[in-house]
Write a protein that binds this ligand. Sequence first.
Ligand SMILES: [Zn+2]
Ligand SMILES: [Zn+2]
Length: 93
Amino acid sequence: MNFVFGVAMQSRAIVSSFRTGEKLIPKEVVHGVGYIFGLSHCKNYCVMQFSNSVMEAIAKPDILCEKCEKNLQCIKTFFNYATIYVKCQMRLK
Ligand SMILES: [Zn+2]
Ligand SMILES: [Zn+2]
C-alpha cells in the first residue's frame, strides 16, 4: 500500500502531517516543492526519494542530491526558505 504524504498539483502543495508527524513536515514540504518545480522521484540519497512508509520517510534525507540540486540551482534559495519557514512555524507552536 502506498501512503500519500504530500500531493503537489500545479502551484500548490498539500502536505499531510497526519501520518508523518510534525518532524517530517519540512522534508515533505521540500519534496512537494520539488514536484512543483518539475522534479520527480529520485533513487539517490535525496529528499526526492519515494517513501512508501513512515520508516522510509524518516530514513530519507532532508536535502537534495547533486543531480536534483543541479536541476534546481536557480531556485535552491526557495527550498531553503520553505524549510526555514516550516521550522520556525513549528517552533512557535
Ligand atoms: Zn513523492
Ligand atoms: Zn535526487
